[in-house]
Design a protein around this ligand. Structure first.
Ligand code: LAN
Length: 727
């Protein structure tokens, strides 16, 4: 257990460790971590289950099922398989990888604080990086993206920290690629930051990140508490480490990296002004003139910053870091601020402090083993998000009511029960956090963050399981549903739309100060069609069951939300999705909401145009296939092959809209059924999710939840159409 060099094979297709010894541990509130069993006795006592094997890419040995003749039989087979992937506590664990800028924070933060990994973890992280290197030897911002200076400079450091020698062919090739991209000098801002933390880039080469921003009066339109939560929670610890010019102890590896990362002698580098040197391939959101101007001023300020002011600012920033750690039980909002807070707590509280020990424990929550090695995940999982969709799917398709699935429904409800956040944060009132009592999070309740659409989908799942099935216990009281409704109503923006974690707190022009170069729209919250529609549908379904609670507020909220959705539709009929790919994803949500207020293909122009937009993109083979690039270009970009997940979304959209012709739906159903494997599962296809316009992220559970949902729903839908004589 150390960071010493390791002997690494040249090819990475086969595991570097014994895959029969790994187990997925699910404890507490749905927390995931992977452990490697050291003895044969332990292995015998704790056999691998299909759940472990599935996520490690090993054969699950589940039996072939009788071939499905109808869409419902296909959905049933799908669930028959998927049930084996439900954990003992009721939720469906899943891999949540994709971004390629997370392992670097994990390894750099661990290296400089001296927190080791096991050799098995190191070997499998190296293998993951080898498996996701592009043809040219470099790494992108996500697993399907072209090589960038960001991905390549950081993952190069990661693979070296993890123990690969500089003359391993993979390292040699990666270095060549990096030098071709302009060397680590041309890494974008977040790359420069991590390299500086590692001591292989000088702080003067970074654009200033002054902690003093946090001392400004809160009414200022650009005060950080008005930024999008992911942006402010990353810039918080970043400003601490920048503001204190953190420097790690120099090691041989650090000295060596200073030579490997650049094409010139490290000591000869002119650092000042590098803030504007960003590799072209990386650049998605170039600096505005306003931002550049501000940097000139701030750079001067850095040269004469007043030590007492800086100390006061660092103290304030530290207080807020502490608050975030407390509120989330050291898990933090996401993997990026997690590892930055980890370093700050080590620095300030010390390696032996209770705080740092808690941070160390939570590091494992973000490490996930897959067939291609070990990754760091985009959050500590997507627990709530996945269980919410499959729960609705099995209830709506009728599968949940079948005897063999009852136990699985009850388990799911039990998990949803414990996942609802029971109160506001520990530091509520002084932590700039939105209310969370009654909300559902994206992953686990300990993570503690309210998300608008997670609260909505969580509530929908509970309503379906509790109200539509007669055998489930009523675990979530009416009062707790009211709490969820209160949270949702508190999140509506003045124009009717819903953003992700909070209401929009800052002005649109703040986007001109986006310092990150590689991400779009990260400065403030924005309205999203997906978030708006989830809330809208949840409220519409809720009021069917509880017609009295805040009825007038709900009605007003729905009207305003529909107004936003109408305005958000593009002239061509599509909605831009931000969290899934892209138009297909958003169309499903938007058409569902429209239908819940009575707008369908035959009654509403919006709905009809939405359907026609979808149908225009249906392929010969009956499926839909859209590339992640749609989210970056905001125009439809075709994917190589049709995708089962997107095909399911599109058909769901058509069915919500009550599209009156069977033919396109039948063709799509045939495609999804033809892709089903004999054991009832579907193979993994292209990546499904997206964030910040440029980063793709995996939702591998979608290939079960949305296919099963769509097939089961289509079965009934097609029969109805036939009965009406419509083909
Ligand atoms: C997520 C994942 C879920 C997603 C939905 C619920 C699907 C969405 O509708 C609202 C926004 C949300 C919660 C979301 C926001 C941004 C996240 C947390 C992510 C895409 C997962 C990873 C990403 C986070 C920003 C990754 C860390 C990277 C940084 C740039 C800080």
């Amino acid at each position: 257990m150390s960071f010493s060099p390791l002997d690494i094979p040249n090819t990475s297709s086969k595991p570097f460790t014994d895959y029969s010894r790994w187990r997925l541990v699910v404890d507490e509130d749905g927390r995931h971590s992977w452990t490697y069993l050291r003895t044969d006795e332990e292995c015998a006592e704790w056999p691998q289950k299909p759940l472990d094997k599935f996520w490690m890419g090993l054969p699950t040995d589940l039996p072939d099922l009788p071939p499905a003749k109808t869409p419902l039989e296909s959905a049933r087979n799908g669930y028959e398989y998927y049930k084996h992937l439900q954990a003992h506590d009721g939720h469906w664990p899943g891999e949540y990888g994709g971004p390629m800028f997370l392992i670097p924070g994990l390894t750099i933060g661990s290296y400089i604080t001296g927190v080791p990994f096991t050799n098995e973890e190191r070997l499998e992280m190296i293998r993951y990086l080898m498996n996701h290197a592009n043809e040219d030897g470099g790494w992108g911002i996500h697993i399907e993206g072209p090589s960038t200076a960001f991905g390549t400079s950081l993952n190069y450091c990661a693979i070296r920290i993890l123990g690969m020698s500089a003359d391993h062919p993979v390292a040699v090739k990666a270095r060549g690629c990096l030098h071709g991209l302009g060397s680590a000098l041309a890494a974008p801002a977040w790359g420069k930051f991590w390299l500086s933390v590692l001591g292989v880039y000088e702080w003067e080469g970074n654009n200033p990140v002054p902690p003093e921003l946090w001392l400004l009066p809160e009414w200022l339109p650009f005060h950080p508490h008005r930024w999008w939560i992911h942006c402010r929670m990353v810039y918080l610890p970043m400003s601490y480490l920048y503001g204190s010019r953190f420097k790690p102890k120099e090691t041989d590896l650090i000295l060596s990296l200073r030579e490997e990362l650049y094409t010139q002698d490290y000591d000869s580098i002119e650092w000042e002004g590098q803030g504007n040197n960003v590799c072209k391939v990386d650049l998605y959101a170039p600096h505005s003139a306003l931002f550049d101007g501000l940097n000139v001023i701030l750079t001067q300020y850095e040269k004469c910053s007043l030590p007492p002011l800086r100390r006061a600012a660092l103290k304030r920033v530290y207080e807020l870091i502490l608050t975030e750690d407390d509120n989330t039980d050291f898990q933090d909002l996401g993997p990026v601020n997690k590892m930055m807070n980890f370093i700050v707590r080590w620095l300030v509280d010390g390696p032996e402090s209770v705080a740092f020990k808690k941070h160390r424990r939570r590091r494992a929550d973000f490490m996930w083993l897959a067939g291609e090695g070990m990754m760091m995940t985009g959050t500590n999982g997507s627990q709530l998000w996945d269980i919410a969709f499959i729960s609705q799917a099995i209830v709506e398709t009728g599968l949940g009511a079948e005897d063999s699935n009852r136990a699985s429904c009850i388990k799911a409800l039990e998990w949803l029960d414990q996942a609802q956040i029971k109160g506001n944060t520990m530091h509520f009132g002084s932590d700039y956090r939105h209310q969370s009592k009654g909300a559902w999070p994206f992953s686990t309740p300990a993570q503690s963050y309210t998300v608008s659409d997670c609260t909505a989908e969580g509530l929908k799942a509970v309503l379906y399981l509790q109200e539509h099935l007669d055998f489930t216990p009523k675990l979530i009281s009416a009062q707790r549903m009211y709490d969820a409704v209160d949270v949702m109503l508190s999140l509506q923006n003045s124009d009717g739309g819903f953003a992700s974690y909070e209401i929009i707190r800052g002005p649109q022009w703040l986007e001109m100060l986006n310092p990150a170069e590689v991400f779009g729209r990260i400065m403030i919250e924005h309205n999203y069609p997906e978030c708006t529609t989830s809330v809208l549908t949840a409220l519409a379904i809720f009021r069917k069951h509880y017609s009295k609670y805040r009825a007038a507020d709900i009605e007003k909220c729905l009207q305003k939300a529909i107004g936003y959705l109408h305005r958000a539709q593009q002239p061509g009929g599509g909605w831009v999705g931000s969290w899934g790919i892209c138009f297909t994803y958003a169309a499903q949500f938007a058409l569902e909401s429209l239908s819940l207020v009575g707008e369908t293909y035959e009654t509403s122009d919006y709905s009809r145009k939405g359907c026609e937009f979808l149908l225009k993109h249906q392929r010969q083979d009956g499926g839909w296939g859209e590339s992640w690039e749609s989210c970056a270009t905001l125009e439809w970009v075709e994917q190589g092959d049709a995708q089962v997940v997107q095909t399911a979304w599109a058909v769901m959209g058509l069915m919500y809209a009550k599209y009156p012709h069977a033919e396109p739906i039948e063709r799509a159903v045939r495609l999804v059924m033809s892709r089903q494997l004999p054991d009832g599962s579907w193979a993994q296809e292209a990546i499904e999710g997206m964030f910040n316009r440029t980063v793709a992220i995996s939702y591998p559970n979608f290939k079960f939840s949305f296919t099963i949902w769509m097939l089961g729903k289509a079965d009934a839908y097609l029969r109805q159409l036939k009965a009406k004589g419509r083909n």
